[in-house]
Ligand binder design. Structure first.
Ligand code: GTP
Ligand code: MG
Length: 197
């Protein structure tokens, strides 16, 4: 059992030179659109309200934030994408940072892509999903903000996410960082993503 209470912030990487390399434990990268709830899902996992900063200013954090979880794996909170009001220069900085992150095979041991359970995944979501698929690492897709759906919407929405992202064997987990719905299932899925020691 991974003790998520035992999580510490390690560093905020602003550029390629600061990415964690040659670590003793694998890195699980969390990606998703700006405002989809990446930081909230991390907060939900570590059971602390303001651990990973939830942003009042979406699109402002073009850093890769690393956390060390129970000496078992690193969580890398990737900067969000798709926020309309971000300047062209910021978007280009984001693209350079992510391209260099995904280009280096050793930086990622597994991936978690967070999408919004309410919406059809965007073109950017599809691109990010394909970046993960391209690395060949195990991937988990989390459909967050499930609490905002009516019961009747759940199944069709999940199906639409699977179809749009072309998920065949990849697991899709409905989730709510707000209510912690499926938190235990998420913990189990994350454990399964990790290479067995
Ligand atoms: P960036 O760091 O800007 O990319 O955003 P992020 O993906 O880290 O999103 P963040 O965790 O900051 O959450 C964005 C907003 O969505 C916040 O107001 C959260 O409270 C809210 N939120 C996150 N998850 C959920 C959820 O499961 N349900 C509901 N209702 N709100 C959520
Ligand atoms: Mg965030």
């Amino acid at each position: 059992m991974i003790n998520y209470n035992n999580t510490e912030f390690i560093l905020s990487a602003a550029g390629t030179s600061q990415f964690l390399r040659g670590a003793d434990i694998p890195t699980v990268a969390i990606a998703g659109r700006s405002n989809v709830g990446k930081s909230s899902v991390i907060n939900s996992l570590v059971r602390r309200k303001n651990f990973a900063r939830t942003s009042a200013q979406p699109g402002k954090t073009a850093h890769v934030n690393y956390f060390r979880v129970d000496d078992t794996f690193y969580l890398a909170d990737l900067p969000g994408y798709g926020y309309a009001k971000v300047s062209k220069a910021e978007k280009e900085r984001w693209a350079r940072l992510m391209e260099s992150f995904f280009a280096e095979a050793d930086l990622i041991g597994a991936g978690i892509l967070i999408v919004d359970a309410r919406h059809k995944p965007t073109g950017d979501d599809v691109t990010m999903c394909n970046w993960f698929k391209g690395t060949g690492v195990p991937l988990l897709v989390v459909a967050n903000k499930l609490d905002k759906l009516k019961k009747s919407e759940v199944e069709p929405n999940l199906k639409r996410i699977e179809d749009t992202l072309g998920l065949i064997v990849t697991q899709l987990l409905p989730y709510s960082a707000e209510t912690n719905f499926n938190r235990e299932a998420l913990e189990e899925s994350v454990a399964e993503l990790l290479p067995t020691a």
